[in-house]
Design a protein around this ligand. Structure first.
Ligand SMILES: Cc1cc2nc3c(=O)[nH]c(=O)nc-3n(C[C@H](O)[C@H](O)[C@H](O)COP(=O)(O)OP(=O)(O)OC[C@H]3O[C@@H](n4cnc5c(N)ncnc54)[C@H](O)[C@@H]3O)c2cc1C
Ligand SMILES: NC(=O)c1ccc[n+]([C@@H]2O[C@H](COP(=O)([O-])OP(=O)(O)OC[C@H]3O[C@@H](n4cnc5c(N)ncnc54)[C@H](OP(=O)(O)O)[C@@H]3O)[C@@H](O)[C@H]2O)c1
Length: 288
């Protein structure tokens, strides 16, 4: 039986919305938006067919800026963003702060599915597997939105192929700021497609260590302090880091990056780069 098409009165029916035009340079369309707190949200966009990137890299994204009062011309307002989706994903994902008076994120936080953003398709960055020498265990150390590049790397099969154990630590001020990361870890553990790609039981290699500093949670404290006291190693039942076995990637605020970098050097690890792979790499989650 064929279904009847609904009868509409042409004189009262609302006009069909006009298809959105690709008016922005390097435009991509937003496909999904999730809000976590009044300071954090994530969104997904279409991916340019030609965009190739390595999990952990960042790109410049943004919106058109306000018109210049003199010339009326608009320039793109761009900021660095880690790609939070893995390199095999058909779409791109980003995990973002909302800075209420931030030039970009005061506006970006209001995007909706169907809207467009600008994406410059030139991925770069140091948080890539190529910048590390082979090792047994990898540590991903994040604060705040510094979780984003690890959201990509944690969904990359190479992470599980290259290491026996993957430890992700995430330190935030408040419990609600852990949600994006906690949900992602949960989804990785239950993802059948990832299990098919990476092998059944791959997620047993993954250890998640969330901590908060300003709101009560099961594990409180800065990760740096928990390492100094030895608590994190006791909790996880692993030895402190050593240059033979351990590799690390750091992504957080500047003070955290510098403090942890010094600590890793004290453990005997050396900083690597794309052109000179070593035992750890570091990248800012934001400039300050
Ligand atoms: C390599 C790199 C990668 C980055 N990746 C991301 C990412 O994946 N997600 C993301 O949200 N931001 C990321 N940032 C920061 C991002 O580029 C912008 O700073 C941020 O989007 C705010 O833009 P804005 O124009 O609203 O404010 P801005 O003028 O850029 O920043 C205003 C102030 O807000 C604070 N701030 C900015 N970004 C953050 C943040 N992420 N977390 C906490 N405080 C912040 C700082 O105090 C800063 O001085 C990255 C920065 C760098 C350098
Ligand atoms: N509601 C608001 O308006 C609001 C709320 C939060 C933040 N902010 C502002 O937003 C900006 C970013 O805040 P954020 O919370 O995303 O990032 P953040 O200040 O970098 O803090 C993220 C986490 O990193 C920890 N940390 C900071 N320095 C460290 C170090 N040297 N070693 C180890 N851990 C360290 C913090 O612990 P500590 O808590 O011990 O510092 C916190 O748990 C700040 O400028 C802040 O003033 C605004």
């Amino acid at each position: 039986m064929t279904e009847m098409a609904p009868v509409t009165d042409a004189s009262t029916a609302a006009p069909a919305p006009a298809p959105k035009q690709m008016v922005l340079p390097d435009a991509q369309t937003v496909t999904d938006v999730q809000h976590y707190t009044d300071r954090l949200f994530s969104f997904r966009t279409t991916r340019p067919a030609s965009l190739r990137f390595r999990s952990g890299e960042f790109v410049m994204i943004g919106l058109m800026g306000d018109p210049d009062p003199k010339t009326g011309k608009q320039k793109p307002l761009l900021r660095a963003y880690s790609i939070a989706s893995p390199s095999w994903d058909d779409e791109l994902e980003f995990y973002s702060i909302k800075v209420q008076d931030g030039p970009l994120t005061s506006r970006l936080q209001h995007i909706q599915p169907g809207d467009q953003i600008i994406l410059r398709p030139k991925p770069v960055g140091t948080l890539v597997h190529d910048a590390l020498l082979p090792g047994k265990r990898i540590w991903f150390f994040a604060t705040g939105t510094g979780f984003a590049p690890f959201a990509s790397l944690l969904r990359d099969p190479q992470t599980y192929e290259d290491y026996d154990e993957i430890i992700i630590t995430h330190t935030c001020r408040e419990v609600g700021e852990l949600t994006y990361g906690a949900d992602l870890i949960e989804s990785i553990r239950g993802d059948e497609m990832l299990a098919e790609l990476m092998g059944e039981g791959f997620h047993e290699k993954l250890r998640y260590y969330p901590t908060t500093t300003r709101e009560e949670s099961p594990k409180m404290g800065r990760i740096t302090d928990l390492m100094r006291s030895g608590e994190v190693f006791e909790d996880l039942g692993v030895a402190p880091l050593c240059p033979e076995n351990d590799r690390a990637m750091i992504c957080g605020n500047l003070a955290f990056n510098l403090e942890l970098k010094d600590m890793l050097e004290e453990y005997g690890l050396e900083e690597g780069a794309n052109s000179d792979p070593k035992q750890y790499v570091v990248e800012k989650a934001f400039l300050d």
